[in-house]
Design a protein around this ligand. Sequence first.
Ligand SMILES: [Zn+2]
Length: 76
Amino acid sequence: MSELTQLQIHLATLGFYPAGPHLGMVNSARNDREVCARAICEVCGWKGLLYKPFVTSTRAYRAFSCCPRCGDCSEF
Ligand SMILES: [Zn+2]
């Protein structure tokens, strides 16, 4: 099971599901995505991480960067 899959399962138990942020947070989401694209994986050194946003029905927002090569994920 990949780290991202485990993360999604964990977040689902907290009410989070994978989706872009709600209106009003679009600017921060765009910024987060750009930060991801420039980020370097702390584990394997890969440049250019994937942006993985999660939200809840109560409008909470958490964003993670995930490495496409080794699968390491970390929260912003
Ligand atoms: Zn990596």
